[in-house]
Design a protein. Structure first.
Lengths: 420, 298
């Protein structure tokens, strides 16, 4: 047990330290678990959740194809023109569309494609792009919380707890919609009056021709059609007894065939580093499960909450929220999943998924807490720096901490009202 | 290229008992026929043909027979040392440096002859003291004689003063210089004239665009841009330091071989290299265009 905990803690600290590639740390940690016979290889393989791995790869493939069509830029510009070039309305529109894309595709790709457009729009309007970028960070994390495929923690939770796409939509999407409206109103009042632009500036935005963003109309229609089918498939995968990964894999294969996509080239765009990171993590956490560490901590947690499911959910929500603001939420959730499974078996609350939703909300929304809380935050900050607009760690906290507290508080109330 | 790499032990004939140059040519021709499948008589004729124009014999007894052969795409070298010197209209020769090449000939052929001349001039006694073909080749190898000299950066650059811009200059200085001189590359230096990096025309064009645009794959939806329109104002206030690329790679030394420089340029798709002196100050710029005109078409 000591060896397993030591390997895990050192690996976790090194991942948090961010000086060595986190994937390599996870793979080395997994290797050490096997080398020290903490768990045998066949058992380790069982701990790798191939549902998660397949869903991630398939969604990466689908998104890579959709990305090539230019639809992200098209929608962003179309919306900016739809609101007549008004900066605060553009901000709200891009905030909402970032959330929608993040829920249905993936939040990193979404911010990678929407954020540059919003900086360009801000520059043409001669206003600071920072409110746009900040709002998109929050939008991507909040939007991603709404669905099974929106954020990697949800993919892991959904797979481990047997929760379907529609389970997430029914249980989390209403809350997410409420939170999005709340934050958009907040941004409206925070930045609305500061964003003054001339008629000429607005005319510049109105002169954009969004149709020119579409690079391949044929592929666009094929992508939207297949993507529509995949989302419909997600909606019914629970009823037809298929995993979401199967639906996504079928969709990715079909789109590659009908879109005449060079498979080799496309596969090279899959973030293999992330996939191997997950693989290593699953094995490391598997090691902890096998030696009984997870079971030990679940009992400690139950002792702390006196076996009260309400209190456990509250602790889980806030603890996950704080932890996810400080460390990568993927290893955090990977560790929490077996712990929560153990807690549920002791509480006998398997019929109530409130604890899973608490973990999902805490880990996804907690990413808003700091600049390093989620990958999308770091990506937007790097992108901002490249355009000469620095988002500092401390300046982000000024928005991140109150917004995260607000989101977690709303989630807390929602969970208590709906599940306990 | 080293001279010893062109020699073949089987074509070195030591302490030969020959009475005439014809015998020497026949001996060489016979071996050349075996080794290269060339017509023996044609080889002999090639040497005789050249001999008709006159002998090249050094006073110390070295002779340089050579001939050109139709269809030969090679350079064949033979060396012969006779036991007794042969008489060529009063001139005596016992060492024969024989070269066969194509009708078209080549620069290298002349360089080989020049190397042999050098060998004969400075190392004649050592050659005579060698006892066998192997010993001779080892001697020549030890002498490290170059057949052709490498072309160096210092051989091709212009001695004119190189144009540079300082990191603290306004961008408009660089733009004006490029426009006036019709150039698209400028080495960038610090206040002391030491090399810092490079500035090319594309760096300046890039400065005209909004920085965010380069995070997108395309900006086809824009027909105009505030940044583009305002470039005139921007270039007057922007410093070269904001636009240039720091660089330590795209440089060359004066003693570097041009063949290396060309390889680096092609391999890395570099169009310009800055030549630096020992103090790291730019002394010239080598462009892909100058490479073609001064090296390939020299």
């Amino acid at each position: 047990m000591i060896a397993a905990v030591s390997i895990f803690v050192v690996a976790y600290l090194m991942i948090a330290w961010e000086k060595v590639n986190k994937t390599l740390i996870a793979l080395l940690g997994a290797s050490l678990m096997l080398i020290f016979h903490i768990l045998p290889q066949d058992v380790a393989m069982h701990h790798i959740d191939f549902n998660v791995i397949t869903l991630l790869i398939s969604m990466m493939v689908l998104v890579s194809i959709v990305e090539q069509t230019g639809v992200f830029e098209f929608v962003a510009i179309k919306l900016a023109k739809l609101v007549g070039g008004s900066p605060i309305k553009i901000l709200v529109m891009l905030f909402l569309i970032t959330a929608v894309f993040s829920a249905l595709l993936d939040n990193i790709t979404t911010v990678l494609l929407i954020a540059p457009v919003s900086v360009l729009i801000a520059e043409e309007l001669r206003i600071s792009p920072l409110p746009f970028l900040l709002s998109q960070i929050f939008a991507s994390n909040i939007g991603g919380t709404a669905t099974l495929i929106g954020d990697p923690p949800n993919i892991m939770i959904g797979s481990a707890a047997g929760l379907t796409f529609m389970d997430f939509v029914i249980n989390l999407a209403p809350l997410v919609v409420l939170q999005l409206l709340l934050i958009s109103v907040l941004f409206y009042f925070l930045f609305g009056k500061k964003m003054k632009v001339s008629n000429e500036d607005k005319a510049r935005i109105m002169a954009f021709d969004e149709r020119m963003s579409i690079k391949d109309t044929g592929l666009l229609f094929k992508s939207l059609f297949v993507l529509g089918l995949v989302i419909m498939g997600f909606a019914i995968h629970g009823f037809v007894d298929l995993e979401a990964a199967t639906i996504a894999m079928a969709g990715a294969s079909v789109l590659m065939i009908v879109g005449d996509i060079d498979a080799e080239q496309l596969f090279s765009k899959v973030e293999w580093s992330s996939i191997f990171f997950f693989t290593g993590l699953f094995i490391m956490v598997g090691g902890l499960v096998e030696v009984g560490v997870i079971s030990y901590f679940s009992q400690k947690m139950l002792a702390f909450t006196h076996g009260n499911v309400h209190v456990t959910a509250q602790v889980l929500l806030w603890f996950s929220g704080v932890a996810s603001a400080v460390v990568d939420n993927i290893p955090f959730v990977a560790t929490m999943i077996p712990l929560l499974q153990d807690v549920q078996s002791h509480l006998g609350s398997s019929g109530n998924n409130g604890l899973w939703w608490a973990l999902s909300l805490g880990s996804c929304l907690g990413g808003n807490g700091s600049l390093i809380g989620a990958s999308a935050n770091i990506i937007v900050a790097n992108m901002a720096a490249k355009t000469g607009n620095k988002i500092g760690f401390a300046s982000f906290l000024k928005y991140g901490i109150p917004i995260t507290i607000l989101l977690l508080a709303v989630s807390h109330i929602y969970l208590m009202l709906r599940y306990f | 290229m080293k001279l010893d790499n062109l020699l073949n032990q089987e074509l070195v004939f030591w302490d030969v008992d020959a009475k005439s140059s014809l015998q020497i040519y026949q001996m060489i021709a016979e071996r050349v026929q075996q080794m290269f499948a060339l017509d023996e008589q044609e080889v002999v004729d090639a040497f005789l043909e050249r001999e008709k124009l006159g002998y090249v014999i050094f006073p110390d007894g070295s002779s340089f027979p050579h001939g050109r052969l139709e269809g030969l795409d090679d350079l064949i070298i033979a060396m012969v040392k006779c036991k007794t010197p042969l008489d060529f209209c009063g001139k005596k020769a016992d060492l024969f440096y024989c070269v066969l090449t194509s009708n078209a000939g080549s620069n290298r052929y002349l360089m080989v002859l020049a190397s042999f001349a050098k060998l004969a001039q400075y190392h004649q006694e050592k050659i005579r003291l060698t006892q066998s073909p192997r010993e001779l080749i080892e001697l020549i190898r030890a002498l490290q004689l170059d057949v052709d000299k490498s072309l160096l950066v210092s051989d091709v650059i212009n001695s004119d003063e190189v144009l540079t811009v300082c990191v603290d200059d306004n961008l408009s200085v660089a733009v004006d210089l490029m426009k006036e001189k019709g150039i698209k590359f400028l080495p960038v230096v610090d206040k002391n004239g030491l090399y810092k990096g490079k500035l090319n025309a594309l760096d300046i064009v890039k400065a005209a665009y909004p920085r965010s645009s380069f995070l997108m794959s395309d900006i086809g939806f824009m027909s105009t841009s505030r940044s583009f329109e305002g470039f005139h104002r921007k270039e007057a206030t922007m410093k070269v330091s904001q636009v240039y690329s720091e660089d330590k790679q795209r440089v060359a030394r004066l003693d570097e071989q041009m063949i290396q420089i060309g390889f680096k340029m092609v391999k890395n798709d570099w169009h310009h290299l800055t030549v630096l002196d020992d103090e790291k100050k730019p002394v010239a710029v080598i462009s892909d265009r100058s490479f073609v005109s001064k090296v390939l078409r020299a």
